[in-house]
Design a protein around this ligand. Structure first.
Ligand code: ARG
Ligand code: ZN
Length: 855
């Protein structure tokens, strides 16, 4: 059944209080609920519809203490309806008792068990698997929760108000929707600290982990404290309860969840030590701890009216966590990395059968819309707003947003109205960014004319957004284009200006210039568009050497690399300019190591394939793989000495720290290693694997060794050392199919899938292996269809167990229409095979049918 935004109706009842009482037993948990309702309008005579999954067993039901006539109660697959005739036209209380089986819950949605502990995941619609309830985000109320269990730590949202043997009671004074409910019961230990807020309130902080993991939780705690401080400084947002709890669990479908006062995290986003986690892991932990904490205001205090508005909280919270990371680390590096992810995941989504706007207007299964478009493009849209109105106006608008909507379940219209009211700007046209799918293509043409008064440069931009499913015509959007001009001697003659494009085609002139400048366009990636311009390699190399805007500099180098790879993958010559320019750049010891590392990393196969298909060329995965290998080898051969010098000099001594500076050195060192590895037979990697004491360098060395076909010993060592560490073993499972040569990767993955420690029901382990293989572009897209078949088999196997994970994995097929007829046919067979499975979940069915429809 398709849900439509246009069908939104307020819930006909007001819920003023929720009381829950849990008696936790692994296979027979009892949940009592007391819900205090009142009709929204008197005399409305509406049925009371409560959501509830079919596995929720109703034990008893009373209305104001009386059992209703069974004829007035209807149980359907996912609802329980009490007829209007059985309800008073006045406030009333519904009391239910239900039984559920957390142990049998393999979906990790609702109440389930992970490693012996009870935990919950209720966003988006998990609460209905716990009890009967109006499970929608616009029904908000206070929760009082009792927990009875023999586990030693019993947690829920809000403040602890009662504690006795085998029981605790929690009260959350902040009205919230059911998706923010959480409960945890387990034998856990905490690392604890405290934080004093701006106004002087002391908050107890705990990070709860399993005994034995407590020495790997410090960084998470430090990150939490930094987040709390940052939100006060950057947004004036204070925390609002006596306690903030974080719990790490091993079985978790997503990254983490912002439940009020009780965030639940995938353990990989909490636990870290230098021996087990990479620099990248540390950075993600800091970012996600921040993300979930920032949701306390953008998501919890102000939530979403309905799930179509998901990007209201996610886009804004991603934007905020990006700002946080920029402030904690290097802003330009963060921007470059975010743009790389955006292009790899969101542009790819926008260009294929799964394209949808940041605010969709229909869906079948909301869990399929926790996407790069809702999250990352949702954040980009806010970045554009801020760029258009300026930092001060942005801050004023946000103050107004918090003021006006605190306690509300809000919409994108509410959000835009705040900006309109704060700035006086009409945002009607800007709104297309929220409602229209697809990535605009933006072309820039330069025209130079000279008169006696000086030169005039005219930039003419033309925008065009290709059609997406269900949206054939796209009106012009507002596009903020950040432009700077650089004189022939390398000096900036015009600092960054924001050109505000509103028409399909529009010119901007710069007068009174001396000599013809070089244009630095779309600085900082000021809008999520695909920019094309007529530019030669020399000009790109000039920008790479001279552009004062770090993003634009990096972009110039990236474009050189992509142009080379596009040519090489089609059997044409290319790459000389890039190889030369990169040599100059990395030789500059004054340049930021992080920046040099970013420039040295070649675009991935997937990115090259995407570029080819944007240019209207069918990508050939084998040719792309070969082109990339060849170019990397050429760089290594040409700059052998330079790279060796970098590799030696970027060694970090002393105790490990995940901070930006040492991480940057390691990143550059590893980038040099992976190039040298192509010509030194794996010697350096072998030594590094044996001597490095941090996981960043060890993983890099291992990857290199596998690429050289000599990873076996290192893999065995890692297995012996960390066989009982799930997070390290996840890396072990993913690196093999990912780094294996394309011709053997599927066989490697099949072999690994046979292992007894391939605990595939664990989402991290499943994603490590199946996702690892699909990230190997040439292997997943093997011409014989073996990659497609392997992944399809595992989607079908996962679907009845955990539909969310299966559906999510299926999106690896989203690019299928862009390949050649042989591959297309094989991918389509795989998709049709999945679609033909009897009893396929709603989640996977929706994904697969959207993808098949593109054929
Ligand atoms: N709100 C969470 C976050 O982004 C994500 C939870 C999504 N869960 C899901 N089952 N779709 O922080
Ligand atoms: Zn979020």
């Amino acid at each position: 059944i398709v849900q439509y935004l246009a069908d939104y109706r307020p819930y006909p009842f007001i819920l003023s209080e929720t009381r829950l009482d849990f008696t936790l037993v692994p296979d027979a948990t009892r949940v009592k609920a007391i819900l205090s309702f009142a009709p929204r309008d008197s005399g409305q005579s509406q049925d009371l519809v409560l959501d509830g999954g079919e596995e929720v067993k109703l034990i008893s039901l009373t209305i104001d203490g009386h059992e209703p006539d069974p004829a007035h109660v209807t149980r359907q697959d996912e609802t329980l309806t009490i007829a209007a005739t059985a309800l008073p036209d006045a406030p009333f209380t519904v009391e239910t008792e239900v039984e559920i089986n957390p142990m049998a819950n393999t979906t990790f949605e609702g109440l389930y068990m992970s490693g012996g502990m009870f935990c919950t995941q209720c966003e988006a619609q998990g609460f209905r698997h716990i009890t009967f309830y109006p499970d929608r985000p616009d029904v908000m109320t206070t929760f009082r929760v009792g927990i009875h269990s023999d586990q030693n730590v019993l947690l829920s949202n809000g403040n602890l108000i009662g504690q006795k043997e085998c029981g605790t009671e929690w009260y959350d004074p902040w009205p919230k929707p059911s998706y923010l409910f959480a409960l945890v019961a387990g034998n856990l230990v905490a690392i604890s600290d405290s934080f004093t807020t701006l106004s002087g309130r002391k908050v107890d902080l705990n990070v709860w982990v399993r005994p034995g993991d407590e020495d790997r939780a410090d960084f998470a705690m430090e990150s939490l404290i930094r987040s709390m401080k940052w939100d006060e400084e950057a947004y004036g947002r204070e925390y609002d309860l006596e306690v903030f709890n974080i719990v790490a669990v091993d079985d978790f479908n997503m990254g983490a969840m912002e439940n009020k006062g009780l965030n639940i995290f995938n353990s990989k986003l909490v636990l870290a030590s230098p021996e087990t986690a990479t620099d990248g892991d540390y950075e993600r932990i800091e970012g996600v701890i921040g993300h979930e904490y920032f949701h306390n205001w953008t998501g919890n205090r102000i939530t979403c009216r309905d799930w179509f508005q998901l990007c209201l909280k996610e886009g804004l919270t991603v934007f905020r966590d990006q700002q946080f990371t920029s402030d904690m680390r290097s802003a330009p590096v963060k921007r470059i990395m975010d743009v790389q992810t955006l292009r790899a995941r969101q542009f790819r989504e926008d260009a294929g059968p799964l394209a949808h706007p940041p605010r969709p207007d229909h869906y079948e299964e909301i869990n399929n819309f926790y996407t790069a478009t809702v999250y990352e493009k949702g954040a980009e849209v806010i970045g554009m707003l801020k760029r258009l109105i300026g930092d001060d106006s942005y801050r004023q608008a946000l103050d107004l947003y918090f003021d006006r909507h605190d306690g509300d379940a809000a919409t994108i219209e509410d959000w835009l109205n705040v900006f309109q009211d704060a700035t006086g700007r009409d945002l009607t046209q800007f709104k297309h960014w929220y409602t229209d799918a697809g990535t605009p293509h933006l072309n820039m043409v330069e025209e130079w004319s000279e008169t006696t008064a000086g030169g005039t440069l005219t930039l003419t931009f033309t925008q065009n957004t290709p059609p997406t499913p269900g949206q054939p015509d796209k009106p012009a959007r507002v596009i903020p284009i950040a432009v700077g001009l650089i004189g022939p001697n390398g000096d900036e003659v015009l600092p960054t200006q924001i050109l505000e494009m509103t028409q399909a085609s529009q010119g901007f002139s710069f007068e009174g210039l001396g000599a013809r400048p070089v244009v630095s366009a779309l600085r900082d990636f000021s809008a999520p568009v695909i920019l094309t311009r007529n530019i030669d390699d020399d000009t790109r190399a000039f920008l790479l050497a001279n552009d004062p805007n770090p993003f634009a500099r990096w972009e110039a180098g990236r474009e050189l690399a992509i142009a080379a790879l596009v040519a090489l993958s089609q059997g044409q010559p290319g790459g000389d300019s890039y190889v030369k320019a990169i040599g100059q750049l990395i030789a500059d010891d004054d340049a930021d190591p992080a920046f040099r590392a970013l420039c040295l990393n070649l675009p991935g196969d997937e990115e090259i394939a995407t570029r080819l298909s944007t240019l209207g060329i069918e990508p050939d995965p084998d040719a792309i793989y070969q082109a990339r290998q060849d170019l990397a080898r050429r760089i290594a051969e040409t700059h052998q000495d330079l790279l060796a010098r970098i590799y030696d000099s970027m060694q970090v001594s002393g105790a490990y720290s995940p901070d930006a500076e040492p991480s940057a050195k390691r990143a550059l060192r590893i980038a040099a290693l992976s190039l040298l590895n192509r010509i030194d037979g794996g010697e350096r990697a072998e030594i590094l694997f044996g001597t490095a004491t941090n996981m960043t360098e060890r993983m890099a060395a291992l990857t290199c060794l596998i690429r050289r076909g000599r990873g076996q010993t290192a893999l065995q060592i890692l297995l012996e050392q960390f066989g009982d560490n799930r997070l390290v073993m996840d890396k072990w499972f993913s690196v093999q199919p990912m780094a294996a040569p394309p011709e053997s990767a599927v066989a490697t993955a099949r072999e690994l899938a046979q292992r007894s420690d391939f605990d595939w029901k664990n989402p991290n382990r499943y994603r490590a292996l199946i996702g690892g293989l699909s990230a190997n572009h040439a292997a997943f897209h093997a011409r014989d269809g073996s990659g497609y078949n392997f992944v399809a088999e595992w989607i079908m196997k996962m679907d009845p167990v955990n539909p969310q994970i299966a559906a999510r994995m299926s999106s690896v097929f989203e690019t299928w229409p862009r390949y050649d007829t042989v591959r297309r046919a094989k991918a389509l067979v795989a998709l049709e095979q999945i679609a033909a499975v009897a009893g396929l979940s709603r989640n996977t069915r929706e994904m697969v049918s959207r993808m098949i429809a593109a054929g």
